[in-house]
Design a protein around this ligand. Structure first.
Ligand SMILES: C[S@@+](CC[C@H](N)C(=O)[O-])C[C@H]1O[C@@H](n2cnc3c(N)ncnc32)[C@H](O)[C@@H]1O
Length: 264
């Protein structure tokens, strides 16, 4: 039974049809977007979520889109006390405060796929690292990881998560603007994993100077399907071999997150 079905007879139909059929679960926190005007039913929505999903301690209402440099949405607590949780993914644990840092549980398969390509001893650069869900799996594969993140709160949790997953010796956490990496790090990397924020595609060109010839770049970008053929041509013209690409989920009507595995 869907969330909407469970709320039939409790929430009026004109609101119910606007309620998204899905909600996200990160650790023991559920995040739902209750449509504007339906706030009087927030607690009914939270109760329905907690009844159908085990181990939920907090339900948050997402009241804005993901926005700003830190890529976080406005979140209001409907039920529960804390926006901090521990999310577990493929044997790894991430402590996170969802009010302070970005986290997308829907990318777990993609993170596993990329981590499986990382070889022991590689030097790996992860700009836009967040609380570590791309950097920590790479470090777990015995790579030497440089994780760059501008949000100081996310960095704090990234350091905590390195210890939590016992990879602190393999990760250098750098709290800085990724656009300055080439001034800060004099190194050539075997691989860069780039979970690019929206609108920062220009970053690919500058970061590629830090990747060895023959090295790999996993580049994430937000695009409509019609742009993909042109992008493959463009990356080819930039000197990359496009080894693989896939869609990693919808972000807005007609716009998806895509990953491109590029060889320099
Ligand atoms: C789309 S999120 C990805 C976070 C993480 N990789 C994940 O998948 O959970 C983008 C991250 O980049 C950070 N960020 C945005 N602009 C940045 C910049 N110029 N330099 C470094 N980090 C930045 C944000 O704070 C945010 O944590």
């Amino acid at each position: 039974m869907s969330l909407r079905d469970e709320l039939k007879g409790i929430v009026p139909q004109n609101y119910l049809c606007k309620l998204p059929s899905r909600f996200d679960v990160i650790g023991d926190i559920a995040i739902v977007s209750v449509p504007q005007g339906m706030e009087t039913y927030n607690e009914d929505v939270a109760r329905a979520i907690m009844e159908r999903t085990q181990n939920i301690r907090t339900v948050l209402n997402k009241t804005s889109k993901i926005e700003g440099d830190r890529r976080i949405a406005s979140l209001e607590i409907i039920t529960g006390e804390s926006t901090e949780t521990i999310h577990r993914e493929f044997g790894l644990a991430y402590r996170i405060d969802l009010k302070q840092s970005f986290f997308n549980g829907r990318l777990s398969f993609e993170r596993k796929r990329v981590a499986s390509l990382v070889r022991s001893g590689e030097d790996v650069l992860v700009p836009f690292a967040g609380v570590g869900p791309f950097a920590i799996p790479a470090a777990k594969n015995a790579a030497n990881v440089f994780a760059v993140e501008m949000n100081g709160d996310a960095c704090k949790y990234l350091s905590v998560n390195c210890k939590l997953n016992r990879v602190e010796k393999n990760i250098h956490v750098i709290n800085a603007d990724a656009c300055n990496i080439s001034n800060m790090i004099r190194a050539e990397f075997d691989r860069a994993i780039i979970p690019t924020p929206y609108g920062m595609d220009y970053f690919l060109e500058s970061i590629s100077t830090l990747v060895k010839p023959g090295g790999y770049i996993h580049f994430y970008t937000f695009k409509p399907k019609e742009d993909i053929y042109g992008l493959i041509q463009r990356y080819g013209n930039m000197g990359f071999e496009v080894l693989f690409h896939r869609r990693c989920g919808n972000v807005a009507p007609g716009i998806s997150r895509w990953v491109f595995d590029l060889k320099k």
